[in-house]
Design a binder for this molecule. Structure first.
Ligand SMILES: NC(=O)C1=CN([C@@H]2O[C@H](COP(=O)(O)OP(=O)(O)OC[C@H]3O[C@@H](n4cnc5c(N)ncnc54)[C@H](OP(=O)(O)O)[C@@H]3O)[C@@H](O)[C@H]2O)C=CC1
Ligand SMILES: Nc1nc2c(c(=O)[nH]1)N=C([C@H](O)[C@@H](O)CO)CN2
Length: 241
């Protein structure tokens, strides 16, 4: 028998590193209970556990894995304050995978996982009053522009963007549902100087702002009683370049 938390946790998927990890640390520092999913057990997962997070293995590459993860969440709490759908893979089209494999993988993590988790965990989000809970989908700036190197990625994030409006309709007024559409937030370690220069030049602001820009927007959305069904760009003015 698992011990259930009293205050409603915020569930963050794929939070063993980078933006998800930064969000988990932020909420824990505010005494806000957190549940995270991790697929790879990065060293930071033990650090989050030590800080009080419930860290559950979750591999969303199959629908069974998603279902199992939802069942595990229900073992640990009766209600959720929010679900933050952060888990993602930025897979480019490449000769290493067939187009069918690439498309299936992108749809699995950016469409099946949030769609199924929203359905399985809906009872935990409801029943907490008007605007009592939130769902936040992480999409991408490329939803509006497309991407010649990440076609399946962009298409799957576009589907997620659309689901934002459908779930907002379905779950209002109890649950607000919004999307955050970042452009460049943080580089990956392997990005070379030439790539970094070109990527920075794509926006008006010309910086990689880091996780704090996302944390600030997530806080804003959680605190709002009115904002729902919208996509919120964090892109340094990229469409204006
Ligand atoms: N960083 C940026 O500049 C931008 C980020 N975004 C979006 O913001 C969000 C966070 O970005 P970032 O921190 O860079 O993301 P990362 O790619 O660094 O991390 C994503 C997380 O998702 C997990 N994940 C991937 N596939 C699966 C799966 N099948 N099952 C379970 N977990 C999985 C990864 O686990 P594992 O490591 O074990 O695979 C990882 O922990 C993402 O949704 C991203 O698309 C959008 C635009 C720009
Ligand atoms: N899941 C991920 N999605 C995205 C990443 C990433 O590292 N993981 N990175 C980007 C880039 O930063 C891009 O916006 C600029 O090069 C996009 N999505």
């Amino acid at each position: 028998m698992e011990i259930k938390t009293s205050a409603r946790p915020i569930l963050i998927t794929g939070a063993g590193k980078r933006i998800g990890l930064a969000l988990a640390r932020h909420f824990l520092a505010q005494q806000q209970p957190v549940i995270i999913s991790y697929r790879t057990r990065y060293p930071a997962v033990a650090e989050l556990e030590k800080a009080g997070a419930i860290c559950l293995f979750g591999d969303f590459s199959t629908n069974d894995g998603i279902k199992q993860f939802a069942a595990d969440v229900k073992q640990h709490c009766d209600g959720l304050r929010a679900i933050v759908h952060n888990a993602s893979a930025w897979l480019a089209e490449s000769p290493d995978f067939s187009p069918a494999e690439t498309l299936a993988a992108m749809l699995q993590i950016h469409v099946n996982a949030p769609y199924l988790l929203n359905q399985y965990l809906e009872p935990l989000l409801r029943g907490h009053g008007q605007a009592g809970s939130d769902i936040i989908h992480f999409t991408d700036y490329v939803v509006e522009r497309g991407s010649d190197k990440h076609i399946a990625y962009a298409a799957s994030k576009a589907a997620l963007d659309n689901m934002t409006r459908s779930f907002a309709r379905k779950l209002a007024p109890e649950v607000k549902v919004n999307a955050i559409a970042p452009a460049m937030i943080m580089f990956n370690e392997h990005d070379d100087a030439e790539y970094r220069k070109a990527a920075l030049n794509k926006s008006l602001m010309k910086i990689a702002p880091g996780e704090q820009e996302i944390i600030g927007l997530v806080e804003y959305l959680l605190n709002s009683e009115y904002v729902t069904g919208r996509t919120h760009a964090v892109d340094g003015g990229r469409p204006l370049r």
